[in-house]
Structures are given as structure tokens and as C-alpha cells.
Design a protein around this ligand. Structure first.
Ligand code: CTP
Length: 408
């Protein structure tokens, strides 16, 4: 790891946990690896350890206050300058504040003002770690692309045993390195992600849809943007906010999604079809609300266009990724879709498994490549699954050596 962080500017945030003394070791690791480190401490962190320790080891001033008459826009200048923000240890308090956009001191203000990647290493008592509020806040952060280095199990300061010990310094520094390495590795790519369900209208007030929440597609869009790609997100109806710097196009039906994909096609180098596109739509859409008449009602359905199959013939050098949410024979069904649709990769999941599928923040997927080789991933956050899928795309790109420009 020697000097792997040469030229990088890292902001190390230290918060008020008994593990604050371990930040000193983290700082030393980062400095030894060549990073320039600016330490920002919360006021409770200073109850545990003095700023002077960090100042001496970082060879830089330590910042503790938002309000300093000599530099009243410090939070903005620092936020723009750093390559990454690492908060270690991160208390339940700071996690709650950042997850809810509360910016009431220098560190929280920096965290919500910066567009740099954020890595946090929580440390707290076991009961706080398992508390539903903390877990909810962590999943909000995860959804925003914050990398969480999970704590470890063992003796806690309270005298109890449990989850909550700050992760080992080596794990924290490794997370910083991997986040920084990935930062620009999709630069030059234009990634098109489709996400969410489609709605196929029956009449002005009713439609056919499915249970997709869009979370996997949004996680992919956010992760690809974080790795330097230009990202276009074509989204069916969801309640999710557009990830920062992603170009979102909102659509309703499969046909609208198809048209939007074709409109962008000439600029795209990678397509990830994470949307759960309806396979059928009502053959006729009533202009007026259908009335009940106590008789059975038959809806005639017709197939929608298959978007992946349609773009296959104009793929050029583009990489095509499909998704298969299945309830049985998961791998064999996914393999046949991969073949039928001419995909480079298919991401399969069994939506009946606990921790996988609709509207969850986690997923359990198997990534299958064009040789039929399957890589089964454990249960991971959707943000982490997205990173793994992008790692595979990166690998494919370097193996195929096609460069990133599409052929028209
Ligand atoms: N897909 C698509 N256009 C459609 C339907 C699906 O491009 N009209 C894409 C999905 O976005 C997904 C992949 O095809 O990436 C597989 O979708 P899925 O619904 O699982 O497969 P189908 O081919 O529709 O087969 P089935 O529904 O019978 O499982």
C-alpha cells in the first residue's frame, strides 16, 4: 500500500466516540500512504482526544469550528478541495445528522456540502448499532452512495459484547483506497440505465404495473456516476429522487421507455436494463373510466416491444446487461435470457429469497457472463451490488479492448 494515496487530499472527520483514539492510527496510515490529510473534529471528539495530536501527525491545522472570523466559508472551500471524506469513528449522532441533512457544525456541514465520496466507519454500543433508527439512517446513507465500513463484533466499552467496535484500521484504509481507485474508472463511458416498473394504461384511472421499486437501477445510476461515467437514467414511475448529476428521463409505459432508449442510443456505450418492463399491455385503452356492470370483465393483452431484443441488432461495440428477476429455475432461465437477448452479462435474482428483490435495500444476485459462468454474490446492499456489477463491466471493457465509442 506504500504511497498509494500520493497526491490525494483526504478529510478525516473525528466524532465523539471512545474509539476516537484509533483515528490517530488511521491518520498515520493515510499519511504514510502519501495522502494529505485535513482533520476536522466535532466538539464531543475533543472530549476524548486533543486536536494537537492530530495537528502534529497531519502537519496541518485541525479544524473544529464552522465559525472562524478569519475564514468564514471554510466549509465550502474544504468541501471542494478534498478527494474523499472519511468519518472514523462515526457516532450514531453524526450518522443520524447526515442522513437527515442536518448541518449544525463544521463536519456535518462539510458532509452535506461536498460532492466528494464519503466513507464512514461507525463505532458505538451494540444496542445503538442494532437500533432500528440507526439502521434506517444507515440505509439512507447507503442509498446516497456513502460507503459504510461495518463495525466488528467483540468487547465494547460498556463492558458488553456485541457489534459496534470500530473496524480495523487496515479495513478502513483499504475502503478509502478502493473508493478512490474506482472514482474515475468509467470516465468516457455513457451509461444508460433503465429502472423501475412501467405502467400500461387500461383507462384514465387504472393501469397494469408490477412491484419494482427502481432501487437497483437507481443504485446502478448513482454508482456509475460516482465512477466518472455520464449517466442517463430512464425511469418508470418511482418515488426515488434523481441521483445528483444523473440525467433522468421519466417515462410511464414500455413503449415510452423503448422510445426514450432509442432516442439516446447513438450516445450510449453501456446499457443496463434494470427496469421491470411490462411484457403485456391492454390491447385497447378506454378513453373513459370503465364502469362496472356486475359481469366478468375480460382484458385483452398484447405483448409490449422487447427493448433489449430490439437494440441487439444495433449494438455495435456497446455492452448490454440484462436483469432477470425469477421465482424458479433462476439460473437456467437467466442463462437462456442471456443467450436469447445476446447479452454480455445477466444479473439474476430469486425474488422469493429473503433479502432479495422488490423494494428492499439489499439484494442477493448471481452475475452470469456470456460463457455461462456464474458468480454468486452474498446478500449485499444494492449500492454494493451495483459496484460489483460495474467492476464486471470494467473487466469486460478491458478484456474486449473495444474502447468506449459506439459504432453507429
Ligand atoms: N426487457 C426488455 N423489454 C421488455 C421486457 C424485458 O428490454 N419488454 C428486459 C428487462 O429489462 C430485463 C430483461 O429484458 O433486463 C429480462 O426481463 P424479464 O422480464 O425477466 O424477461 P422476459 O424476456 O420478459 O421473460 P419473462 O417475463 O417471460 O420471464
Amino acid at each position: 500500500m506504500e504511497m498509494d494515496l500520493q497526491g490525494k487530499h483526504i478529510l478525516l472527520g473525528v466524532t465523539g466516540s471512545i474509539a476516537a483514539y484509533k483515528s490517530v492510527l488511521i491518520l498515520r496510515h493515510l499519511v504514510q500512504a502519501g495522502a494529505q490529510v485535513t482533520v476536522v473534529m466535532t466538539s464531543s471528539a475533543q472530549q476524548f482526544i486533543a486536536p494537537l495530536t492530530f495537528q502534529i501527525l497531519s502537519h496541518r491545522p485541525v479544524f473544529t469550528s464552522l465559525f472562524d472570523p478569519s475564514d468564514e466559508i471554510r466549509h465550502l472551500t474544504l468541501a471542494e478541495q478534498v478527494d474523499l471524506i472519511l468519518i472514523a469513528p462515526a457516532t450514531a449522532n453524526i450518522i443520524g445528522k447526515i442522513a437527515n441533512g442536518i448541518a449544525d457544525d463544521l463536519l456535518t456541514t462539510l458532509a452535506v456540502a461536498s460532492s466528494s465520496p464519503i466513507v464512514i466507519a461507525p463505532a458505538m454500543d451494540g444496542d445503538m448499532w442494532t437500533h432500528p433508527v440507526l439502521q434506517r439512517n444507515l440505509s439512507v446513507l447507503d442509498g446516497l452512495g456513502v460507503h459504510v465500513v461495518s463495525p466488528e463484533e467483540g468487547p465494547l466499552a460498556s463492558g458488553k459484547e456485541g457489534m459496534g467496535r470500530l473496524a480495523l484500521e487496515s479495513r478502513i484504509v483499504a475502503a478509502v483506497l478502493s473508493r478512490l481507485r474506482k472514482r474515475e474508472d468509467l470516465k468516457g463511458e455513457t451509461v444508460l440505465v433503465t429502472a423501475g416498473p412501467t405502467r400500461e394504461p387500461i383507462d384514465p384511472v387504472r393501469h397494469i404495473t408490477n412491484r419494482s421499486s427502481g432501487k437497483m437501477g437507481y443504485a446502478l445510476a448513482r454508482a456509475a456516476q460516482g465512477r466518472g461515467a455520464r449517466v442517463i437514467l430512464i425511469s418508470g414511475p418511482t418515488h426515488l429522487p434523481a441521483p445528483p448529476k444523473v440525467e433522468r428521463i421519466s417515462v410511464q409505459s414500455a413503449e415510452e421507455m423503448r422510445e426514450a432508449v432509442l432516442r439516446c442510443w447513438s450516445e450510449v456505450t453501456v446499457l443496463m436494463m434494470a427496469a421491470a418492463v411490462a411484457d403485456y399491455r391492454p390491447r385497447r385503452r378506454s378513453d373513459q373510466k370503465l364502469k362496472k356492470d356486475h359481469e366478468p370483465l375480460f382484458l385483452e393483452l398484447e405483448p409490449t416491444p422487447d427493448i433489449l431484443s430490439e437494440v441487439r441488432s444495433r449494438r455495435g461495440h456497446r455492452i448490454l446487461i440484462g436483469f432477470a428477476a425469477e421465482t424458479e429455475d433462476v439460473l437456467s432461465r437467466a442463462r437462456s435470457k442471456l443467450e436469447q437477448k445476446g447479452l454480455d452479462l445477466i444479473v439474476a435474482n430469486d425474488v422469493t429469497q429473503e433479502g432479495a428483490g422488490f423494494d428492499l435495500d439489499t439484494n442477493i444476485v448471481t452475475i452470469i457472463d456470456a460463457n455461462g459462468e456464474a458468480m454468486a454474490l452474498p446478500k449485499l446492499s444494492k449500492a454494493e451490488v451495483a459496484e460489483r456489477i460495474l467492476d464486471r463491466i470494467k473487466e469486460l471493457k478491458s478484456r474486449l479492448g473495444t474502447g468506449s465509442r459506439p459504432i453507429h
